[in-house]
Design a protein around this ligand. Structure first.
Ligand SMILES: NC(=O)c1ccc[n+]([C@@H]2O[C@H](COP(=O)([O-])OP(=O)(O)OC[C@H]3O[C@@H](n4cnc5c(N)ncnc54)[C@H](OP(=O)(O)O)[C@@H]3O)[C@@H](O)[C@H]2O)c1
Length: 305
């Protein structure tokens, strides 16, 4: 599987990342099998957050690593912090405490990447900078990034930091095309021309920030899977039709649609099923033609001016 030079930092993460938001109920041996399948497929990058499963996802992952510590060095391990019940919190104290909690639950000495999970309206960039300096100096975190940030928020935070922000994790996929719609509808009053993300896609490309696409197979704010879903007949028909041409499943084509974008994004798959993960990884062998990429985009209900 192709590796992405994350944010130009030299850290090499796989195109498909295994998202660990749904793993907390899996059981240790099932998770170990899942992780080993991921590594065998070339998936070396694992995405956590301190809140997944109320901390249980990291704890379970840590149990697997405890029994197989040699796996740690094969991995790019990332986690996120900053979401608390009823509020967001980017205070220095909370960031430092969160990282200690993450490291202890995972049972590891350092994170390859720490992301701030969702913008905090009360963010003080200088305070975040102090937290990042301390985490870097202590060796607890190697690289830093954000999630769900728009362009100005990124710029505001970056201006105070010594470290380059290398990742922005954003909801993106066949059914989450807001970042594409407004660009294609520029200079029109077409539905979709509203920019809700502060031109974040082009901004990340300009700055060399790697976009990680979360919930790639979901529609809505993770309301369910669009694949094989009767609510999206046109999209599913298009994916089925292209299956024959590319010798690929609709699921793999949906992931390939993201990977085809020249921003060189990573796809964060949240499956808990090793077979499905293998299927998703076949996306890396597919290069959609321009015509088919647009066909899938339009079949998801989008229109061109
Ligand atoms: N930064 C953020 O704010 C944010 C927010 C949400 C998520 N995330 C990250 O993104 C990762 C992925 O999110 P997600 O789990 O919502 O995304 P997803 O990969 O789009 O959805 C996975 C879920 O869909 C199910 N599924 C059913 N049919 C499927 C098919 N044909 N193909 C693929 N999946 C199918 C899976 O079930 P099976 O387990 O049975 O395969 C699993 O429950 C999370 O683990 C987390 O790391 C980040």
């Amino acid at each position: 599987m192709k590796q992405i030079n994350i944010g130009g930092s030299g850290l090499q993460g796989s195109e498909i990342v295994l998202g660990c938001m749904r793993i907390s109920e899996m059981g240790e041996s099932a998770l170990e099998k899942h992780i080993r399948t991921a590594l065998e497929c070339g998936v070396n990058h694992f995405d956590h957050a301190d809140i997944y499963g109320g901390g249980e996802s990291e704890r379970l992952f840590g149990k697997v690593l405890k029994n197989a510590p040699q796996l740690r060095e094969k991995m790019v391990l990332q986690s996120k912090c900053g979401i608390r019940p009823g509020r967001y919190d980017f205070s220095k104290e909370h960031i430092l405490e969160s990282v200690d909690g993450i490291l202890s639950r995972l049972g590891v000495e350092y994170l390859d990447l720490l992301l701030l999970h969702r913008p905090d309206a009360l963010m003080e960039p200088e305070e975040v900078a102090e937290a990042f300096d301390s985490l870097e100096a202590s060796g607890k975190v190697r690289k830093f990034g954000v999630s769900n940030f728009n362009a100005r928020q990124l710029e505001l935070l970056q201006a105070a930091l010594k470290q380059k922000l290398v990742v922005n994790q954003l909801q993106f996929g066949v059914m989450h095309t807001g970042m594409i719609n407004h660009a294609l509808c520029a200079n029109t009053k077409f539905p979709g021309s509203e920019d809700r993300d502060g031109e974040i896609l082009d901004y990340c490309r300009l700055k060399g920030i790697t976009i990680q696409a979360w919930s790639p197979f979901q529609y809505g704010f993770f309301e369910g899977v669009f694949l094989d879903n009767g609510k999206f007949p046109e999209l599913n028909a298009a994916l089925k039709e292209l299956s024959g041409k590319y010798q690929a499943t609709p699921t793999a084509l949906a992931a390939a649609w993201i990977l085809r974008h020249p921003a060189k994004m990573q796809v964060i798959a949240g499956t808990t099923n090793p077979q499905r993960l293998q299927e998703i990884c076949t996306a890396c062998e597919i290069s959609l033609s321009r015509e088919d990429w647009y066909k899938i985009y339009l079949s998801a209900g989008n229109r061109l001016p």
